[in-house]
Write a protein that binds this ligand. Structure first.
Ligand SMILES: [Zn+2]
Length: 272
């Protein structure tokens, strides 16, 4: 599933191709995504110019001169910039064709993605308004996490994956950040000290920034905007490493289920 670094990587990858460009037309071959793609979307987008690209959580915001298209990649969505005459493959559901001849192609085998149009302030849209803080922005800190965790009995891993607390941290990066901060993912969020939350906030930022620098993680059905795999997966230290030695202490990495999600940790390094 694309997580924050993949979405940021895609946003940065498509930006130079479409920013400032004018939309010629939209071709929708499949309306049935997570929510039906609005029938009127081609008419709404025709001749609009892309004036800004942004990311909020796992949403890409395509700002035009007449409104904003919110795009979520769901479980298996991807975006590519292709020439307009590139052959269409299975699951290539939507093309945004630009007057400069380039095409932004949305591909999504599982169809959990979404395209939503708004003419209001996109950050106030119901899908975005309740999202928690952006982990790469200035308002995110250990003090923020510590205050938000006060009294919570939920596990710290589920706490940092809660999109109302932090926008865009999914399972892979939660595992990696807790490993780096040496925190037991099963511990109650409310029992962790302010000092350890400072370390956790730094770890979350570190793993996300590093993943963005390396072009995101590749997991089965994710490819980046150029179609080549990301490199972060090769540097994962906890996620997916069940039974392999911890790179710090050589204890074998353990896997448990936590909140229905696979959780990987070192039972020696992550005891607190
Ligand atoms: Zn260890």
């Amino acid at each position: 599933m694309p997580e924050l670094p993949e979405v940021e990587t895609i946003k940065r990858g498509i930006e130079p191709h479409i920013l400032g460009q004018t939309i010629d037309r939209l071709e929708i071959r499949e309306h049935r995504l997570r929510w039906p793609v609005p029938r009127e979307l081609p008419a709404l987008l025709r001749a609009r110019r892309i004036v800004a690209l942004a990311r909020r959580g796992k949403y890409i915001l395509l700002g035009t001169d007449g409104g904003t298209l919110l795009l979520h990649l769901g479980m298996s969505g991807s975006l590519r910039v292709t020439p307009k005459d590139q052959a269409i493959s299975k699951h290539d559901h939507i093309d945004v064709l630009f007057t400069n001849g380039c095409c932004l192609r949305y591909h999504d085998p599982r169809r959990f993605g979404a395209l939503v149009w708004t003419q209001d302030n996109p950050l106030q849209h119901p899908l975005l308004a309740s999202l928690g803080r952006e982990p790469l922005d200035g308002g995110f800190s250990g003090a923020y996490l510590y205050a938000a965790a006060c009294g919570l009995k939920t596990s710290v891993k589920n706490f940092i994956m809660d999109s109302h607390i932090i926008a865009g941290v999914g399972n892979i990066y939660a595992n990696e950040a807790l490993y780096r901060a040496a925190i037991d993912p099963r511990r109650s969020a409310g029992q962790i000290s302010r000092k350890r939350y400072r370390r956790l906030a730094e770890s979350i930022r570190w793993v996300l920034i590093r993943a963005i620098e390396l072009g995101g993680t590749t997991l089965r059905d994710f490819v980046n905007e150029s179609g080549s795999p990301g490199y972060f997966q090769q540097t994962l230290q906890a996620y997916g490493r069940e039974g392999l030695p911890c790179q710090r202490c050589s204890t074998l990495i353990t896997r448990v289920r936590l909140g229905q999600r696979s959780t990987f940790y070192c039972s020696r390094c992550q005891q607190r």
